[in-house]
Design a protein around this ligand. Structure first.
Ligand code: SF4
Length: 416
């Protein structure tokens, strides 16, 4: 039995895809092992969202080659799409599969290992995937690629144009996930709300169809652009569906000047309106508050102290999210933002990141306190951390309790 190790960097989409590769290789009789122990073959699913991600990908590939010098290394993911040549030159790398080649990965690697030249490739345009590593929650990939062109982002080049699986296939995969005993699905994509470009369907019809799947009790949307989260959709979610009061929405900047330069498709007023619409529709006395996780980039070119403070104050005084995912701006070659002369010094970026992270800590604590005394349902997960197990409420508050295997995958009422 050949030993294979999987290494995943980056986003939930990569985790879902790796999980699908893993299922395919296990079906072929491979044994999955931790990479640190060495293997007969390695599969690295890379990320390229920042310069640091590229470096991390290169470092791990070199490390794997040191651990098992004879093992072929298969590299895929966004970095593989953007820097194929650079990766091919790293010692130990046998295959590099970019975005369009994902469905060829398993047959071609198997053919190589079996020394079989007859296996055809076949270019799929959408590589369907879902993760099942956690026994309680699965990341289901419904969409890939992006047709937007934000000034700082290389993801459209790395992942290609917006495309999706048909609603019927997404429902079928949700049923498979339910059959495996998993109760919660997180819908993932690069620009998830843009679902439907390939099939002429739309995201709203997708979520309505998924809501009908028996055995799945809870859904989250991993991230959705604010302009694609419509009032019609919010009204429907608020009407008592399986979609939880948890929204992850990229803001990126709370300054209209910076948003415009980033090429984002909304301004601060529209963003604030969307958040307050959701709060008005979903937050009722005695009911859990809505968890908002908001992405923000600190130090975009041309972001002066004044513009940064607009972002900071917009988050602190207007949006007041439960959590801020803060990213220092990373200069990605080939993007309009990278060509700008008015780059922000690293030391200034670091200070702005720190300020936003501190603000996030304060907002998160305030969010949890505001939910105190409210009844919520928690889905407990399988990990045993020093004798404790954890689960999340519908509005994404992490709850710990002493480890009890009988509780894994159970939805329990708690008072926060
Ligand atoms: S919406 Fe903008 S930031 Fe998000 S993947 Fe598309 S181009 Fe990149």
């Amino acid at each position: 039995m050949k030993k294979i190790a999987f290494i995943t960097l980056g986003c939930k989409l990569n985790y879902a895809e790796t999980s699908t590769y893993e299922r395919a290789f296990l079906k072929e009789g491979f044994e999955a092992v931790p990479w640190s122990k060495g293997a007969d073959i390695f599969l690295v699913n890379t990320c390229s969202v920042t310069e640091h991600s590229d470096k991390k990908s290169r470092n791990i590939i070199r490390k794997l080659h040191r651990i098992s010098p004879d093992a072929p290394i298969v590299v895929t993911g966004c970095y593989a799409q953007l820097k194929k040549k650079e990766i091919e030159e790293i010692e130990g790398v046998t295959f590099v599969f970019g975005a369009a080649d994902k469905s060829r990965l398993v047959p071609e690697v198997l053919a190589y290992l079996r020394n079989d030249a007859s296996v055809p490739g076949g270019h799929g345009t959408f590589f369907p995937a879902y993760s099942d590593g956690e026994r309680t929650r699965s990341f289901l990939k419904v969409q890939d690629g992006c047709d937007y062109r934000c000034a700082y982002c290389t993801v459209p080049d790395a992942r290609g144009e917006s495309r999706n699986i048909p609603i019927s296939s997404a429902v079928q995969q949700a049923k498979e996930i339910a059959d495996s005993g998993i109760q919660e699905i997180v819908l993932t994509g690069v620009n998830t709300g843009d679902f439907g470009k390939t099939t002429g369907e739309n995201f709203f019809d997708l979520i309505k169809a998924l809501d009908e799947v028996e055995g799945i009790s809870r859904y989250r949307i991993s991230s959705i652009e604010p302009n694609l989260l419509t009032e019609e959709m919010i009204d429907w979610i608020a009407s008592g569906t399986k979609f939880l009061p948890h929204f992850h929405i990229p803001l990126q900047a709370g300054s209209d000047t910076v948003l415009k330069e980033m090429g984002r498709r909304y301004n601060t007023a529209a963003f604030a309106d969307k958040i307050s619409y959701i709060r008005n529709r979903m937050e009722k006395p005695g009911r859990p508050l809505v968890f908002f996780g908001i992405d923000v980039i600190a130090g975009f070119p041309g972001e002066t102290e004044e513009l940064f403070m607009e972002t900071y104050n917009f988050l602190k005084d207007v949006i007041k999210p439960a959590f801020i995912h803060v990213f220092p701006y990373s200069r990605r070659p080939g993007t309009p933002a990278a060509a700008r002369k008015d780059q922000v010094q690293d030391s200034i970026k670091t200070r702005r990141v720190q300020m936003l992270e501190e603000l996030s800590g304060e907002l998160h604590e305030a969010f949890i306190r505001s939910n105190a005394g409210i009844k919520e349902q928690v889905l407990f997960e399988s990990t045993d951390k020093n004798g404790m197990m954890q689960g999340y409420t519908g509005n994404y508050i992490r709850i710990s309790r002493p480890y009890d295997p009988a509780m894994i995958g159970k939805i329990i009422d708690v008072t926060i």
